[in-house]
Design a protein around this ligand. Structure first.
Ligand code: G1P
Length: 298
């Protein structure tokens, strides 16, 4: 199968951030810091490391701090240069990884994840593309290939879309999109063909406990399907429904079981956990944080 270019990633950032209020009252939740970088920067770095070079933010009013973060900050940079604060200057200048561009489109109404992705259609055109939900942070494990890189490799190997999944307790399936792999359960880092999927099913109706976990590599056809996708679970236009339609019309998608651990920064506990995990990896904070955790464990 001929390879299509895979360089674009859609990152929906138009959410209200109600689960992390009041912290997200005046700043976008995507700008909350995990150690020394906002959540959105960690996600953009993950995308860049997996070879994606065109970031398409789906944003709304009140969220321009996200675009500003990846832009030049002339006064600040000139001041840091004047004071010879080279290391900080570099950190400020490198918020956007080399070779990566950021475009943003607007989602005027909060009509669901599928609608948010559809808002990026004019920029995606006929290309296959990735979707990253920025609430989910996936810190890299030392010496291990990142999951998104492995998904991009599987996309190239099998020539079809890849959806990251992880097993969740059965009483939690109604919080997620759940995939049906006809009884197969791909081991960590492995893939299996998806035969169906359903958004936020009742536990009694869930086809499995394999939940969709915020990372997708999708064929361009999904954009066309989204144009006709009707509101589903929660009255919202669901990406899961569009993917299910793709499978129903004979398209292929695979479930990729993640190897790492994900942290949901859209809720308070997950956000704190992410800070601890990244803090233990950061050379400036690791020792102090480890000492504190040991102290608290006594
Ligand atoms: C979205 C998706 C869902 C997925 C979840 C976590 O739901 O619609 O399929 O499982 O993200 O990645 P939301 O959390 O926006 O309700």
């Amino acid at each position: 199968m001929p390879q299509r270019p895979l360089s674009k990633v859609v990152i929906p950032v138009a959410g209200l951030g109600t689960r992390v209020l009041p912290a997200s009252k005046a700043i976008p939740k995507e700008m909350l810091p995990v150690v020394d970088k906002p959540v959105i920067q960690h996600v953009v770095e993950e995308a860049a490391a997996a070879g994606f070079s065109e970031i398409i933010l789906v944003s709304r009013s009140g969220k321009s701090a996200i675009e500003d973060h990846f832009d030049l900050q002339y006064e600040l940079e000139a001041e840091l240069a004047r004071k010879h604060k080279t290391a900080i200057l570099e950190a400020v200048q490198n918020t956007l990884p080399a070779g990566v561009s950021v475009t943003s489109v607007r989602q005027a109404k909060a009509l669901g994840l599928g609608h948010a992705v559809l808002c990026a259609a004019p920029v995606i055109g006929d290309d296959d593309f990735a979707v990253i939900l920025p609430d989910m942070l996936i810190p890299n494990k030392a010496g291990q290939q990142p999951d998104l890189n492995a998904m991009a490799e599987a996309y190239r190997e099998y020539g079809c879309g890849q959806i990251m999944v992880e097993a969740v307790p059965e009483d939690k399936v109604e919080r997620y999109g759940i995939v049906d792999c006809a009884g197969q359960r791909p081991a960590a880092g492995q893939v299996a063909a998806i035969v169906g999927m359903v958004e936020k099913p009742k536990p009694s109706e869930a086809p499995s406990n394999l939940s969709i976990n915020g990372r997708y590599i999708l064929p361009a056809r999904v954009m066309e399907i989204l144009q006709h996708t009707q509101p589903g679970a929660g009255g919202e236009i669901q990406l899961t429904d569009a993917m299910a339609s793709l499978i129903a019309e004979g398209g292929q998608l695979m479930a990729y079981t993640m190897r790492s651990q994900s942290y949901d920064c859209g809720n308070k506990a997950g956000f704190l956990e992410a800070n601890v995990v990244y803090g233990l990896q950061h050379p400036e904070t690791a020792a102090a944080l480890k000492a504190l955790l040991q102290d608290l464990a006594l």
